[in-house]
Write a protein that binds this ligand. Structure first.
Ligand code: ZN
Ligand code: ZN
Length: 326
């Protein structure tokens, strides 16, 4: 089977042995497509993942072989995420599932940018769902990324009717603003790129290039970790408000000033990866079209995956979807 692997500064195609269950529990699925996540780009650019790694985790796939206690059967088209929390450790009990050791250790194999993938029984039981019929494959591929956003919105724990500012309107920002709205929060987006401002407005959500001096939000969602974005957050968060950090920074010298947090009683909190419940909620938001994702991704073939990485890194597109099987 064909896979796409990291090879130095490139993503190359590599033939890998075919997968079979061999009496194991779980399923072999044919990957129909896989979204290219910002975290894939970070792992590739900053060489966090080794050569030979198959990136990709936002898959839509069809079951070809299965040995499972679940109700899934061959030919079912499903969405799944890659990590599963144990539910019992100190992190899980405190709601920080993405810090759970089991969560970090579990994954789909070899990775989403592959013609076929092995899913464990745990995946099938906890994080896999049938693809809703009213969603296209591309739309359904937002199941996992939107799950991350659902988690961020829940973690901020804002009140209905609050105002939230979304800093940075890439694909995550566009989804975050819509998700906030679905939770009854007034979302406003800002981005330096006018095109992105207009794009969010097309979803009926306020967006601006430059915020009015006196604009204040109860919560700020940081989809950018740039210094300028942090300045914007500190300037526009109200006293006692929350800053939700939801992106990595290109360099790690940035910091939140101690005194602003202290004297202004600010809460700064991070949010990383979703729980099975967040994912379920995500699928519901997609299915009910409370979050619309139909015009966000640009489709590439697996053969053309390097182009998808290049275009994403060059900010030419909001998000790439790699179409793999059919
Ligand atoms: Zn992702
Ligand atoms: Zn755990």
């Amino acid at each position: 089977m064909k896979t796409a692997v990291i090879d130095g500064d490139k993503i190359i195609l590599k033939e890998a042995p075919a997968l079979t269950l061999n009496n194991q529990k779980g399923a072999i699925v044919k990957v129909l497509g896989c979204g290219l996540c910002g975290s894939d780009i970070v792992k590739f650019v900053h060489k966090i993942s080794l050569d030979g790694t198959v990136l990709g985790h936002e898959i839509v796939a069809q079951i070809v072989e299965i040995n499972s206690e679940t109700n899934f059967k061959p030919n079912d088209v499903i969405v799944t995420s890659h990590h599963i929390p144990c539910g019992e450790c100190v992190y899980c009990r405190h709601g920080n599932v993405s810090m759970c050791k089991h969560f970090k250790a579990t994954n789909i194999k070899p990775g989403g940018f592959s013609e076929y993938v092995y899913l464990s029984e745990e995946h099938l039981q906890n994080v896999a769902h049938l693809k809703p019929e009213n969603l296209t494959d591309i739309e359904a591929s937002f199941y996992e990324p939107l799950g991350c956003i659902v988690r961020a919105v829940k973690r901020a724990n804002l009140l209905e009717g609050d105002t939230a500012l979304v800093v940075g309107l890439g694909s995550i920002g566009i989804l975050t603003a819509q998700c906030l709205k679905a939770f009854g929060i007034n979302a406003v987006g800002c981005d330096l790129i006018q095109e992105r401002v207009e794009f969010l407005k097309s979803f009926g959500i306020d967006a601006v290039k430059e915020l009015p001096e006196n604009f204040e939000a109860d919560g700020i969602f940081m989809t950018s970790g740039a210094d300028k974005a942090i300045d914007t957050a500190l300037k526009h968060v109200r006293n006692g408000g929350k800053i939700l950090v939801f992106s990595s920074t290109p360099h790690d010298e940035t910091s939140y000033p101690n005194n602003e947090i202290y004297y202004r009683e600010l809460t700064v909190l991070g949010s990383y990866s979703p729980s099975p419940k967040d994912l379920k909620d995500s699928l519901e938001l997609l299915k009910t079209k409370k979050v619309k994702v139909d015009n966000i991704s640009v489709e590439y073939s697996l053969d053309n995956i390097q182009q998808a990485f290049d275009d994403t890194m060059a900010n030419k597109i909001l998000k790439a979807y790699i179409k793999i099987g059919n």
